[in-house]
Design a protein around this ligand. Sequence first.
Ligand code: RP5
Length: 162
Amino acid sequence: MTAVVAIIMGSQSDWETMRHAAETLAALGVTSENRIVSAHRTPERLFAFARGAKAEGFKVIIAGAGGAAHLPGMTAALTELPVLGVPVESRALAGVDSLYSIVQMPAGVPVGTLAIGKAGAINAALLAASVLALNDPPLAGRLEAWRKRQTDAVAEHPEESA
Ligand code: RP5
């Protein structure tokens, strides 16, 4: 069976961030497939992936990239599937470059841009799951349970630090 979410990233080095999206989807029972697709180094792979993603059966694409992060925007330009962009924290500019490269899409080609780094990767997965849950009641239930566990895990009072 084809995965419903495609997690693509510009480089192997992005996996340390993007694995959090994969792990979050797995925890919710959402199938995903991880691929390295570089807008700059493998542009033909990008075109082939983005143009074929819908026919492959993917429903949502999560795209993470760092630096001059063109991957989410170029992917969104080539598919009607929803694209969620995760700015990977870069060494030189701490991911602000990635964020700015992804967030300011011109009107007409949307990329749902998340926070820089791990938080963005986790939230991209949760957002993808929310979208999919609109037509998947069992998933909606798992998502609700996930949120409840998160709420229940928050203590009412802080513990003394050592
Ligand atoms: C981007 O350049 C990638 O998304 C990655 O975040 C960054 C650095 O890539 P590597 O030099 O580690 O391959 O295209």
